[in-house]
Design a protein around this ligand. Structure first.
Ligand SMILES: Cc1cc2nc3c(=O)[nH]c(=O)nc-3n(C[C@H](O)[C@H](O)[C@H](O)COP(=O)(O)O)c2cc1C
Length: 419
């Protein structure tokens, strides 16, 4: 009798075990948002270090091993900017696919655009490990990778091998390439120019990254005269490329700039005629709110503690460029609300990286669905109508659109009439 009971209990446990495995497998494959954010990602983070997890994620996504994705982008999310069509405004930020190994898998996750890089002209190892740290309690990351890159030639070969695929995707899912300089290069300008020449013909837009905090001297290129000279040469090289369409050049800036720096940058980019601004890279600041003991690690901070600072920088740059310069808002985007806040502040597109670390691939569709719902709820028919809406508040209604929308009672006529 006791033996029979024991056997039945064992069988029951086996069935429950198999059933749970199948159920967990189903949740993983189906891309269940809560399961990823609350169970799978925290569990993986306990067993795998930050850089190993990054390398593994790029491999898996590169192999196309991604959750099922049945979400169809609604028309409200389509954006036309910089002479390109974006099927949705949510892109993967630079630094995730540094070497162009996972582009097609990233599109399958639902990103509206993918940015490869930063790529440096020659291969280089970057800083010694460990160099990436997850600040779990702050939903943040500190990294000091220092542009580990396999160099322009390897990325060129990789992107060439899928050029025919991209030529179709380009119609609604552009590919960006983010360019940098080698640590030991004596001539920064020629490094960027080489990047334009080598990878420009394979890209739908280029990013001049002068804002990573982990390459000595790089951020000094944001200074007025240095930036003017750099961008003049980059644009000269861009103009000499024989591309079907004009290739947009975007400048990526830091969130740690002084008011004068920001004024200078606005003046220079309007003058030399770049096509867009990416705001922002990681911050070297450490907000008082940080709780995690790893907050003292050297490097750039990303994720939730960067969100306000980067949105505020979007807002300022939109004003300084009179709303005429397309802005890509980056920093702490982890929900539709975060994306909309950047858009209302002046961004036409957004990107994310750190939210993927904590919430996993389902975060992409979650953001798109929430953004679509919020746009509708606030009386916007599409993203373009919402871009910069905070700046169109009338004097009688000085509160910003994003502030008003948080209390759910807002009337939106002042903004819709201003579009
Ligand atoms: C691990 C890591 C590596 C990064 N590497 C790059 C890079 O190579 N080039 C770059 O322009 N930005 C890089 N970034 C910055 C991101 O592109 C983005 O600007 C920043 O992380 C803010 O977005 P987030 O809060 O959504 O992560 C990196 C960020 C992280 C977390």
């Amino acid at each position: 009798m006791a033996g029979r009971l024991k056997k039945q209990a064992k069988d029951a446990l086996r069935i429950i075990g198999c059933g749970s495995g199948v159920f967990l497998g189903f949740l993983t494959a189906s891309g269940d948002e809560r399961f990823y954010a609350n169970a799978l990602m925290p569990a993986l983070q306990r067993i795998v270090g930050a850089e190993t997890a990054h390398v593994m994620a790029v491999r898996l996504i590169g192999l196309g091993l991604v959750p099922l994705n049945n979400y169809k982008d609604p028309a409200s999310l389509e954006v036309h900017v910089m002479g390109r069509k974006f099927q949705n405004p949510v892109g993967i930020a630079a630094g995730f696919d540094k070497h162009g190994e996972a582009v097609d898998g990233l599109y399958r996750l639902g990103f509206g655009f993918v940015e490869v890089g930063t790529v440096t002209p020659k291969p280089q190892d970057g800083n010694p490990k460990p160099r990436v740290f997850r600040l779990e309690s702050d939903q943040a990351v500190i990294n000091r990778y220092g542009f580990n890159s396999c160099g322009l030639s390897v990325v060129q070969e990789r992107l060439k091998a899928r050029k025919h695929v991209q030529s179709e995707l380009t119609k609604g899912k552009p590919l960006g390439v983010n360019l940098g300089k080698n640590k030991l290069s004596a001539d920064a300008v020629s490094d960027y120019v080489e990047g334009v020449r080598t990878l420009g013909p394979l890209a739908d837009y280029l990013v001049v990254n002068v804002s990573s905090p982990n390459t000595p001297g790089l951020r000094a290129l944001q200074g007025k005269e240095e930036l003017r000279h750099l961008l003049d040469e980059v644009i000269k090289e861009r103009d000499s490329l024989r591309t079907e369409k004009r290739l947009p050049v975007v400048v990526k800036i830091a969130p740690d700039l002084s008011t004068q720096d920001k004024r200078d940058i606005a003046e220079v980019i309007m003058e030399v005629g770049v096509d867009g601004l990416m705001v922002s890279n990681t911050t070297i600041s450490r907000p008082d709110t940080l709780k995690d003991p790893k907050k003292h690690e050297v490097g750039g901070l990303s994720g939730q503690p960067l969100k306000k600072l980067s949105t505020q920088t979007v807002r300022e740059m939109y004003t300084l460029t009179q709303g005429k310069m397309p802005i890509v808002g980056v920093g702490g985007v982890a929900s539709g609300r975060d994306a909309l806040d950047k858009i209302l502040a002046g961004a036409s597109l957004v990107q994310l990286y750190t939210a993927l670390v904590f919430q996993g691939p389902p975060v992409v569709n979650k953001i798109k669905r929430e953004l679509d719902d919020l746009l509708k709820a606030q009386g916007f028919t599409c993203v373009a109508e919402a871009v910069g809406a905070d700046h169109r508040a009338t004097p009688e209604q000085p509160q910003t659109h994003s502030e008003r929308s948080h209390d759910h009672n807002a009337s939106h006529s002042a903004f819709t009439t201003a579009h």
